[in-house]
Design a binder for this molecule. Structure first.
Ligand SMILES: Nc1nc2c(ncn2[C@@H]2O[C@H](COP(=O)(O)OP(=O)(O)OP(=O)(O)O)[C@@H](O)[C@H]2O)c(=O)[nH]1
Ligand SMILES: [Mg+2]
Length: 371
């Protein structure tokens, strides 16, 4: 069996060969799975992998041991041999037992969608805030997935001879992770408190937070509006913490604008909860700029994903300005259609600095009323 290894740690083998696996509940819903595999492919590339093949299985009733059933896993094994696949990424979450069952047959390493996202987070975490939050998310994801041989056998009624060291070691691992989670939570709480004090000193200054799907152009917009020097890249989740900059709006207004972590479809609740320190900026904002990549053919579903996450973190009641970005890449008729559908939205290009004056005016009107 191949050893478990982080995708981002593969320095000598930059492009691990990856097969993506999606499960559709019916033929009718197959296109949704195709769409989500496209996103999984972007995530895989961001993590440093190379997508060799996609595998979609239509299955309504999942097999508890292997999800797709032993027959399909065997078929998968053949494909992996033909294409020399190093890693299979499932587009849904798997239990530790499921991973082991499938690995046993395929002899190829298996990871799930959340593990992939956490891997990218670990790769991109630069600040202390981001690093602590990512480690917390990883530990919380690992904890319920720690299953030792002893526990597995005793659950199956294996009895004598199956308990012992396996289970003991497992208990120690579990305790260690729990202790680490507590330490991380304490450290994050400290950051939250420090930030709270900082925010208090800025009381009275209007606060804006930029939210949106990952890669929509949040950091680019903040850079374009202010003179910040935030990291911009075509990779997903380039930003993992919040950065606050000062925004000057003529003639003499000063506001604070925060760039934040991007959202993604089907983010596990625990993972969102781990980013408490970063999301505090969103909760404290007087108004949110919800930025959308106008060139994304699937932007409507991404708008609703962002709406859902905002609801989940209890920020859905905050006022919001919808901003369509990357309009430099839209044809005139596409832009006109979008304007008809979203008459209250603002259309900008963070790259070419267009539409920014309109956005600033909207913010000014919100905070100070129209003249
Ligand atoms: N054509 C075009 N590209 C843009 C525009 N704004 C941003 N981009 C590109 O979109 C990609 C993502 O931009 P970022 O600003 O990093 O996006 P983000 O929302 O901060 O992304 P994450 O932090 O990774 O969630 C980069 O390749 C940018 O160059 C725009 O107005 N037009
Ligand atoms: Mg960013």
């Amino acid at each position: 069996m191949k050893k478990t290894q982080h995708l981002s740690n593969l320095e000598n083998n930059d492009h691990e060969k990856v097969l993506l696996l999606g499960i559709a509940p019916s033929h009718k819903e197959r296109w949704l799975t195709i769409k989500s595999l496209e996103e999984l492919a972007s995530l895989t590339i961001t993590a440093g992998g190379k997508v060799i093949e996609n595998f979609i299985q239509v299955k309504r009733r999942l097999d508890p041991a292997t999800l797709i059933g032993i027959g399909k896993v065997k078929e998968l094994t053949q494909i992996c041999t033909i294409f020399d696949v190093d890693l299979i990424i499932f587009n849904r979450n798997l239990s530790a037992a499921q991973i082991r069952n499938i690995e046993k047959i395929t002899d190829v390493r298996i990871i799930d969608r959340t593990t992939l996202i956490l891997d990218i987070f670990a790769k991109h975490a630069r600040t202390k805030e981001a690093k602590l939050q990512v480690e917390l998310a990883q530990s919380e994801y690992r904890l319920p997935r720690l299953i030792g041989k002893g526990l597995e056998y005793s659950r199956l009624g294996g009895g004598i001879g199956t308990r012992g060291p396996g289970e003991k070691k497992l208990e120690i691992d579990r305790r260690r992770i729990k202790q680490r989670i507590a330490t991380l939570k304490r450290a994050i709480k400290k950051i939250v408190q420090t930030k709270k004090v900082q925010r208090k000193s800025r009381q009275g200054i209007p606060k804006i937070a930029v939210v949106g799907y990952t890669n929509a152009g949040k950091s680019s917009l903040v850079n374009a509006l202010t003179n910040a020097d935030l990291v911009i890249s075509d990779h997903l989740f380039s930003t993992l913490d919040s950065n606050t900059s000062i925004l000057f709006v003529p003639p003499k207004h000063k506001m604070l604008i925060s760039d934040t972590i991007g959202f993604l479809k089907n983010l596990p609740h625990d993972l969102i909860a781990s980013f408490q320190a970063t999301l505090a900026e969103v909760l404290e904002a007087n108004i949110l700029i919800h930025i959308v990549d106008a060139t994304d053919e699937d932007f409507e579903s991404k708008i609703s994903t962002v709406d859902n996450v905002l609801e989940e973190i209890n920020a859905h009641k905050t006022s919001r300005i919808l901003v369509f970005n990357k309009t430099d890449r839209l044809f005139d008729e596409e832009k006109a259609r979008c304007k008809r559908t979203y008459p209250h939205a603002v259309f900008v290009s963070a790259k070419e600095n267009t539409g920014l004056a309109t956005l600033k005016n909207r913010l000014k009107d919100f905070f100070f009323g129209s003249p």
